[in-house]
Design a protein around this ligand. Structure first.
Ligand SMILES: Nc1ncnc2c1ncn2[C@@H]1O[C@H](COP(=O)(O)OP(=O)(O)O)[C@@H](O)[C@H]1O
Ligand SMILES: [Mg+2]
Length: 345
């Protein structure tokens, strides 16, 4: 492939230092940024990391002076606002610069878990029955929505605000937890109340714009968690190395799925991707309902999902014969192609 000038857009606090001696590169907060920049550089591209907080001028200046072919988008927020991530991509579109990952329309639909579920329900894809409680409203639980329920943020990711207390068994605890999502400093968004699906947790990575490659089905293994704990991906499960080691929490290619069920899951993942207008790469989170003949429920879609080396997308790509550097190269090609096709239209 042609060697490219790449603007690597990342949060200003996550720009990797020039000299990384003395850092444990498996645990630093800028792991993804480091993996991407290093790998793209090793592929022969010229990579320019640009730290962004709340100033679009930084991006505009970098484009004017560096004349990049493409932006590699690692931003997950703008000015501390996760819901503004799509606006930065819109800005790149307006400036005519190709970018990696998802387009702003797809990002917007997937960002709001309520909208995601409304769209998927229309297409008859199973999602847990749910209720949205905007900030300032109290919960009026409809009779059909029976306990146990899980309460989460409508827009936050990375299991922010998700702990064992997120699963509630009665109306009092439900009100309490909704209040927490509405008013805690760490979350502070509208709340989503969902039927709690007990069962296996699966992830499916996809790559593509129009033609899609579906990566092998991945599973988060939570079976060694304490007896009394609900088996869900809380913030601690996702981010604490110590906790993961203690309870042997890991993910791997999903075993013991019949070929029919695998086909069904792949098909659902593909339909979710298309119905939400995603592009580039994404990971779809699903659950198998062990109480209902392993019916497949979609929890959410994650455009521009976690891209660090050793995380689920990279691991499942590797399993599909796409090592990390080829994965990143593919993501670049998809970004360039998406732009070229857009311009032609
Ligand atoms: N309806 C549900 N039933 C069972 N577990 C759920 C449900 N919704 C969320 N979870 C658990 O909480 C985790 C985080 O929820 P998710 O909707 O994927 O939000 P995030 O964007 O933070 O990843 C999931 O990976 C899953 O373990
Ligand atoms: Mg998730």
């Amino acid at each position: 492939m042609k060697k490219l000038r790449i603007l690597a857009l990342m949060h200003v606090d996550l720009v990797p230092p020039k000299d990384v001696t003395g850092f444990d590169l498996t645990t630093v907060s800028w792991r993804t940024e480091y993996d991407v920049v290093e790998t793209l550089t090793a592929l022969g591209h010229q990579v320019f990391p640009v730290g962004v907080h709340n100033d679009l001028g930084v991006i505009r200046d970098a484009i004017e002076t560096l004349k990049p072919h493409i932006a590699f988008n690692l931003l997950e927020e703008f000015a501390g606002q996760p819901t503004y991530d799509q606006n930065v991509v819109s800005y790149l579109e307006l400036l005519g610069l190709p970018y990696t990952g998802c387009n702003p329309r797809g990002m917007m639909l997937a960002r709001d878990k309520g909208w995601t579920k409304k769209i998927l329900s229309f297409h008859r894809i199973h999602v847990p029955d749910f209720l949205v409680v905007p900030i300032g409203r109290i919960v009026k639980r409809p009779k059909r929505l029976t306990f146990p329920l899980i309460v989460k943020s409508i827009t936050e990711e990375a299991s922010l605000g998700i702990s064992q207390a997120s699963i509630v068994e009665d109306d009092e605890k439900l009100q309490e937890r909704v209040k927490f999502i509405h008013h805690s400093d760490s979350v502070g968004t509208s709340a989503l109340v969902e039927r709690y699906i007990e069962g296996r947790e699966l992830y499916v990575g996809l790559l593509g714009n129009t033609r899609l490659q579906i990566l092998p089905i991945w599973e988060l293994l939570l079976e060694n968690m304490p007896e009394d704990a609900k088996k869900i991906a809380t913030a601690r499960v996702k981010w604490s190395d110590k906790y993961q080691k203690k309870y042997r929490i890991r993910s791997q290619e999903a075993k013991r799925l019949s070929p029919e069920l695998q086909q069904k899951i792949r098909n659902i993942a593909k339909r979710v991707y298309r119905h939400l207008a995603l592009s580039g790469y994404a990971r779809i989170d699903l659950r198998l309902d062990e109480k209902d003949q392993n019916k497949v429920f979609v929890l959410e879609a994650n455009p521009n999902c976690q891209l660090a080396l050793g995380e689920d997308l990279a691991d499942s790509a590797e399993r599909a014969g796409l090592p990390y550097k080829h994965l990143l190269q593919r993501i670049l090609s998809l970004g360039l192609r998406f732009h070229a096709e857009r311009v032609q239209r």
